[in-house]
Design a protein around this ligand. Structure first.
Ligand SMILES: Cc1cc2nc3c(=O)[nH]c(=O)nc-3n(C[C@H](O)[C@H](O)[C@H](O)COP(=O)(O)OP(=O)(O)OC[C@H]3O[C@@H](n4cnc5c(N)ncnc54)[C@H](O)[C@@H]3O)c2cc1C
Length: 276
């Protein structure tokens, strides 16, 4: 029997009680959404002495940030070959470096804010389903070394039992730089750190509209509508969108587990299958 439940939510006491927090009448910055994006922005601003209120329509950490795979991976959602084609070699290299920097940022934040979320540089493993994928994985390793000076290790069939604990796959590619976290513990830790730095967090505070130019921010909590004045409203009115953080393509579901506890991904994505 299947139960629809977020496993991570059972591993931590998720942020709660923020619906009772009184909304300030005026803040420098109002952040809409209490996930990784909003909370880390709030933490950064609050640490610089900016007054911040984080509004979430549900509860703090309710969204994807507490429900994801916890894979903190190198690279982008799109293959780096596509990134080069689409954006050119130089920009693709900068994007790849951003992905490395983002892992270092999570690591630093966990350390500095003492966020206990199991952050570990476990690396990640691309596991190939078919024998013919071995050649492609070898090319991928060559490509990453040549274009990005990034070393990944090819694990041929027969040698990958140590990695995957099974002979199910045909070969694999290991990237030692990637990491893993418990995502719900991470977002809960970020919320605590943002609060400690002075940001106020508000649950059940859906933002319904805003007015560029009048420094106004209209929001709604249950039946009440409230207006929050913000002084650091971007003059251009351009919203700031979070970068795509979804690095995982499809994760392996199966009885086998990777002994070094690596994030394991079927490769290529189109050949993903569910085992066990
Ligand atoms: C199933 C799944 C697996 C994933 N796996 C990975 C992974 O392994 N690795 C990885 O890097 N990424 C992964 N991702 C992506 C990652 O979870 C997201 O990129 C990240 O959580 C986005 O954070 P966020 O703060 O931008 O959004 P969210 O965490 O979704 O937060 C947005 C918040 O905004 C609130 N909100 C929405 N509208 C309003 C409004 N009008 N007013 C007030 N509040 C509002 C919501 O309630 C929500 O709490 C995965 C995503 C999913 C769904």
């Amino acid at each position: 029997m299947f139960k629809e439940k977020v496993y991570w939510h059972d591993t931590v006491e998720m942020p709660s009680g923020h619906e009772a927090n009184q909304l300030p009448q005026k803040v420098d910055v109002a952040v809409v959404g209490g996930g990784y994006t909003g909370l880390s922005a709030a933490l950064t601003l609050a640490k610089r002495g900016v007054s911040v209120a984080v509004l979430d329509a549900e509860t703090i950490g309710w969204g994807a940030s507490s429900r994801n795979g916890g894979m903190v991976l190198t690279g982008l959602k799109i293959p780096m070959q596509t990134a080069i084609k689409r954006y050119g070699r130089d920009f693709a290299r900068r994007l790849f470096q951003c992905s490395l920097d983002s892992i270092a940022t999570v690591e630093k934040l966990c350390k500095e804010e003492a966020i206990d979320c199991g952050f570990a540089r476990t690396g990640h493993l691309l596991a190939a389903n078919k024998p013919k994928h071995y050649e492609l994985l070898a090319k991928e390793a060559e490509f990453m070394a040549k274009e990005f000076e990034h070393a990944v290790r090819l694990v041929p069939r027969g040698e990958h039992r140590d990695e995957i604990g099974s002979d199910l796959y045909h070969s694999a590619l290991v990237d030692e730089v990637s990491a893993g976290v418990n995502p719900a513990q991470y977002v809960t830790g970020l919320a605590g750190a943002a609060e400690k730095a002075g940001a106020t967090l508000h649950a059940r505070a859906r933002s319904t509209s805003w007015n560029v130019g009048r420094s106004g921010f209209l929001s709604k909590r249950s039946a009440d509508r409230f207006k929050l004045k913000t002084s650091l409203w971007p003059r251009t009115g351009t919203p700031v969108l979070p970068p795509p953080g979804y690095a995982a393509r499809s994760c392996q579901l199966g009885r086998t587990s990777s002994p070094p506890n690596r994030c394991t991904i079927n490769w290529p994505a189109s050949s993903a299958r569910i085992t066990g």
